[in-house]
Design a protein around this ligand. Structure first.
Ligand code: MIG
Length: 781
């Protein structure tokens, strides 16, 4: 709804508010506060920088379940903390922070070791009414807010009202609130102080980040209890490290998934797919993956193949495999209600009672692509197992990845195309899950997409146990990174969407989801040649590099826009392939520590206020910075260089940092900079990630001080879990004009193929050696 119409004011009941601390008691992990009337505040100190705060209002307690949390309280090691008591305050102090609980009335406040306050309750404290509960917190004038999952607009989200409720938000704009993903986590940054807050509720929830009251943050949920974690940094990387310890990290993807993916709604016949791949290979444009959209199915029935369009998928996929192409197929949650036909997915699901029922016990129906459809209850482990295994219909043919769409869920109450139809959700009062997980969809709506992705991920791991698979989802919740990559749904072939894609993906990255991408060139509408070229440049920065376009649009393959644009696309896709060892090491960092791959500058320069609103420049890892063009007709742009020395990627010219510069950016150039102290591994272009053994690697070194850890393994199997991987640490130092490069001994149990390593120091020249895994030092005078 347009923002300026707003909502009509309605009178709402007053809040009941938390009263005073009557009593408190030390527990194994923290302190319980009795706040009178059977209400209690529970603090758990899980780590010196991680505090869980819970409050239950008077009345009966409902069981706490999270589903997002990967490390429950019991798994955190006991933490030492001091407890002081005064007339007014009860203070807990850890190595990192101080948490004070005021007695009259009860308020929670946090302080860093210099005494700066953060995440402190306002005069309102905690309140509850009917089915909701709220907590009001102070915002410092300098605070900026990032993360919040998938968000439109630019980077800093302060001043917005942000709801966590998964929704098919097609045609989203700057004003859209509810998105495909719901991740109730944010990171607050100001100079020298950063903290994260994970609002542990799967019910509808909302952050009012100073929208109603300039300096007040309101956490609100339709849950019956308040439950949140405070994560102190102060660095963004520390916040994400802890947040992803809490909600989990991504598994390592197959290395081919880092290559270029081509998608369209739809490549809808075997010959069309063959022709597509022929074009890539004959034009020498690298590509690893082709995605098949809904038309590969028989009448949109999931886990079937259309016999006319894809009569022999196995043979097709084998032919593609020989050309280095992997196939990913789409799967939607809606199962065609087809009891009359011979459709085992429907029959079996009905027979085993796997589909969602209404409260009155009847099977729930909605309308999606296959017309009348029924929906698996992915909250149940048994259903996930069944679904995961059904994927054998695809993997038996050689499919290597699954793309989950429409899982917010997106459905209508009437057939698609019926103008009277409305978007609906599962009945909120109907039962979801079973056993200990049994509840209603009011609590689990936000989890539907994540559990579908979980079913896909766990199923693929069984079916393709010798290989890593790729999973992509549109909807998800906090923790989705454990199962799947995420793409930002239906954007448009418009400059504004190109511009918005980077801050959207950066905020997802700051929410623990590192493997993310937007549809390159835009999903809806027709791109112009100029937009297409600029988008491919930006697309090579996306952790997931996938081109996609909607049915009925102009074709959007790299060669559709003339020779010049084709050459630009090739240049940037090739650049992506040259950087694969760099990207792969960044994926490992994401899997190991939760670091984003694509990062806003504020991630590495959190004390530099000039980076706080900087949404149109990004870092890949810590060492490469791009300043793309995202407007038509623009051929130069301003670039902010943070502290240090920066080198232009194309000309190798050096710049002093802490300044703005104006750079040339003709259509074939995306401004790209290397941080002084960077060590970037590069390989020769291949037509697909595993085309040739890497028998030569170049390390591009930018004079300065820095380190880089190269991670390697077979890129395909799970052997890395048993230690079959290796790391090499490279370090560069500067002594006056001397550049010293230290190559550490290779560590781990995986040996890369024999290779030559060429070290190129910008402005100094090259030295090379055969890589025997031993440590050595090279010096440039
Ligand atoms: O109702 O499968 O976001 O990527 O091509 C549209 C068809 C359904 C929406 C996805 C889009 C996909 C399309 N899907």
């Amino acid at each position: 709804m347009p923002e300026f119409i707003g909502q009509l004011p309605i009178s709402e009941p007053a809040w009941n508010v938390i009263s005073s601390v009557q009593n408190f008691q030390r527990t194994t992990q923290g302190i319980d506060f009795d706040c009178g009337n059977n209400s209690c505040l529970i603090l758990s100190i899980l780590s010196p920088n991680l505090i869980r705060v819970r409050f239950s209002p008077p009345g009966e307690l409902t069981p706490r379940r999270s589903w997002a949390i990967n490390s429950p309280d019991e798994e955190w090691n006991a933490v030492n903390f001091d407890l002081h008591e005064t007339e007014e305050l009860i203070t807990i102090e850890t190595e990192k922070i101080k948490v004070c609980v005021q007695r009259h009335p009860c308020r929670v406040m946090c302080f860093d070791k210099s005494g700066n306050s953060f995440a402190g309750d306002t005069d309102l404290g905690i309140g509850w009414r009917n089915n909701e509960i709220s907590n009001w917190k102070q915002i410092d004038p300098q605070e900026r807010f990032y993360g919040f999952g998938e968000r439109t607009g630019f980077l800093n989200q302060r001043g917005k009202l942000l709801t966590n409720w998964t929704t098919d938000c097609l045609d989203y704009t700057m004003l859209t609130d509810e998105m495909y993903q719901a991740i109730p986590f944010f990171m607050s940054l100001r100079p020298n102080l950063g903290y994260g807050l994970f609002f542990n509720t799967t019910f509808w929830s909302q952050f009012d980040v100073g929208a109603t009251e300039l300096n007040t943050l309101q956490l609100q949920t339709k849950d019956s209890q308040l439950d949140y974690y405070i994560i102190y940094g102060p660095e963004p990387a520390k916040i994400l490290d802890t947040y992803t310890q809490l909600t989990g990290r991504m598994p390592l993807p197959p290395r081919w998934a880092l290559g270029y993916h081509q998608c369209r709604w739809s490549y809808s016949s075997e010959n069309e797919v063959r022709e597509l791949v022929k074009q890539f290979r004959s034009r020498k444009i690298p590509c690893d993956v082709v995605h098949l959209d809904i038309d590969y199915m028989q009448g949109f029935r999931v886990f079937t193949w259309n016999k006319q369009r894809f009569p022999n998928p196995k043979q097709l996929i084998e032919e593609l495999r020989q050309q280095g192409i992997k196939v990913v197929t789409i799967i939607d949650p809606g199962v065609k209600f087809d009891p009359e036909a011979d459709y085992p997915v429907c029959d079996e699901g009905l027979e085993k009672d796997y589909f969602i029922r209404r409260r009155d016990g009847k099977v729930f129906h909605g309308y999606v692509w296959p017309d009348r459809a029924v929906f698996p209850d992915f909250m149940r482990a048994q259903v996930r197992k069944w679904w995961g295994n059904l994927q054998h219909k695809l993997t038996d043919m050689g499919v290597a990845g699954i793309w989950n769409d429409m899982n917010e869920p997106a459905l209508n109450d009437r057939p698609f195309g019926d103008l009277e139809g409305d978007k609906i959700t599962f009945p909120m009062d109907a039962s979801s899950g079973d056993g200990e997980d049994k509840t209603t969809w009011a609590e689990t709506h936000n989890l539907y997409g994540m559990n579908m992705a979980r079913a896909a991920c766990e199923g693929l791991e069984k079916l393709r146990s010798q290989h890593r698979s790729f999973v992509l989802t549109r909807s998800g919740f906090a923790g989705i990174q454990r199962y799947s990559a995420v793409w930002t749904g239906d954007n448009h072939s418009k400059w504004e969407y190109l511009e918005m894609s980077l801050p959207m993906l950066c905020n997802l990255g700051l929410s623990g989801v590192a493997f993310v991408g937007a549809d390159i060139s835009g999903f809806a509408g027709d791109a112009t040649p100029e937009l297409f070229a600029r988008w491919m440049q930006v697309g090579m920065l996306y952790p997931l590099m996938r081109g996609h376009s909607m049915i009925g649009t102009k074709r959007h393959e790299p060669w559709e826009f003339g020779q010049d644009v084709e050459d630009i696309c090739r240049k940037y896709i090739e650049l992506r392939y040259k950087l694969l060892p760099y990207f792969y090491s960044l994926f490992w960092q994401a899997a190991d520590k939760g670091d984003p791959i694509l990062r806003p500058l504020v991630y590495h320069y959190p004390n530099d206020v000039k980076t706080y609103e900087l949404y149109d420049q990004v870092l890949i890892g810590s060492d490469l910075m791009a300043a793309p063009v995202y407007r038509p007709g623009v051929e130069n742009r301003m670039v902010y260089l943070p502290e240090g020395i920066w080198y232009d990627w194309w000309s190798r010219k050096s710049y002093q940092g802490s300044q703005y510069i104006l750079v040339d950016a003709p259509l074939e150039t995306m401004p790209l900079f290397i941080r002084g102290g960077a060590i970037i591994p590069l390989i020769s272009v291949m037509q697909y990630a595993e085309e040739l053994p890497i028998n030569e690697m170049r390390l591009l070194v930018a004079p300065g001080k820095g380190k880089f850890t190269l991670y390697e393994d077979d890129g395909d199997t799970f052997a890395y879990r048993d230690g079959a991987s290796c790391t090499t640490q490279y370090q560069v130092d500067l002594e006056e004009s001397k550049v010293i490069v230290d190559i550490g001994e290779r560590k781990g149990n995986w040996t890369p193929v024999e290779r030559k390593v060429i070290i190129e120091v910008i402005g100094k020249g090259e030295q090379e050696f055969m890589d025997d895994g031993k440590s050595r030092q090279l010096v440039w005078q």
